[in-house]
Unconditional design. Structure first.
Length: 329
């Protein structure tokens, strides 16, 4: 069950003016740890308002005025007791007492939900380390969509969870992706567009006014005929952010049925290679590089993971056809 909590609006103490928000919040909610409160703030379950009651943007490190108010909307469950530990063949890239870095394949879900009650990353993590049950989401600090491949980090201790959440908030953790998109993208740039729940389809997200701030940086890595290979770096981490942002610029990801629809063969490719593109089994999005600060000793650590085999095979076929087409001209 969720932890009991009052959802009353509380005033920040005036005598704490100038202090960091994440250091003041535990004074109002002594039953919750600082890292837990930071996670609630990050996920929108805790909001900050000015003295007139208008919601304001808040980060854990902001210095308070002492006139703000705070409301705790809800506390998601840590790990329900019925989530079982299950042995899974997780591809562990790095492990110590504070961190796990894992390379996720396509089709592996991060945590149990409707339609995926078990055999998730969370089940596998609990089998590796039962003490992760005491951390939010079993220590999963940031998530990847079911059909996105690549690297994500797991905190294995409370100090690590607090540090990694703060790194996400302050954007000192770097997450870099490789994506194959439809269309001939001319140049790189930045997409700064808020993302919120789709107004008609509650399973989707959309660029919309009133959504949460979302910033995606991208650059062209390779022109591939009527496709483009793109390097992407997240500045924020909204649900489906890369998929939504690139689709909003009319460059949906190859294999993304949710935001790209069912597309026919891309122009300029043979039936064989065109079908490989249009029938690719998951979105062509790979979390290739992850850089973070180690919570214990402050080391800057960078991890990388090669493209999955099916993504690499698709690129090989596409590149070969582009070369042949260029030679024939």
């Amino acid at each position: 069950m969720s932890e009991p909590v009052s959802t009353d609006i509380l005033e920040l103490p005036a005598d704490q003016r100038g202090q960091r928000l994440d250091r003041v919040l535990p004074l109002l909610y002594p039953g919750l740890s600082r890292s837990r409160l930071v996670a609630l703030l990050r996920d929108g379950n805790l909001s900050l308002m000015n003295s007139q009651g208008a919601e304001i943007s808040a980060s854990p490190s902001m210095r308070i005025q002492g006139t703000e108010r705070v409301r705790l909307h809800k506390i998601p469950e840590l790990i329900p007791a019925d989530v079982e530990a299950q042995p899974l063949d997780l591809d562990v890239v790095y492990q110590d007492e504070d961190l796990l870095v894992i390379n996720k394949p396509a089709s592996l879900v991060m945590h149990p939900a409707a339609g995926n009650p078990d055999s998730t990353v969370q089940n596998g993590l609990l089998h590796m380390n039962e003490s992760l049950r005491d951390l939010p989401r079993a220590g999963i600090v940031h998530r990847l969509d079911k059909d996105t491949t690549g690297l994500f980090v797991v905190a294995c201790s409370r100090r690590a969870y607090s540090s990694l959440v703060e790194q996400l908030q302050t954007r000192s953790m770097s997450r870099e992706y490789t994506a194959l998109v439809y269309g001939e993208m001319i140049a790189g740039g930045t997409i700064d567009a808020p993302i919120g729940r789709h107004p008609r389809d509650r399973l989707k997200m959309a660029v919309r006014q009133g959504g949460k701030p979302a910033i995606t940086h991208f650059r062209v890595a390779e022109h591939l005929g009527t496709l483009t290979l793109v390097d992407v770096r997240l500045e924020t981490g909204r649900t489906h952010q890369i998929r939504v942002h690139l689709a909003s610029k009319h460059h949906p990801l190859v294999g993304d049925r949710t935001y790209g629809g069912r597309r026919g063969r891309p122009a300029g490719f043979s039936e064989l290679v065109g079908n490989m593109v249009s029938e690719f089994g998951h979105q062509a999005l790979h979390a290739q590089r992850l850089t973070l600060i180690h919570p214990a000793d402050g080391r800057v650590m960078t991890f990388s993971a090669p493209l999955p085999e099916d993504f690499e095979m698709l690129l090989t076929a596409v590149r070969a056809e582009v070369v042949n087409n260029d030679a024939a001209e």
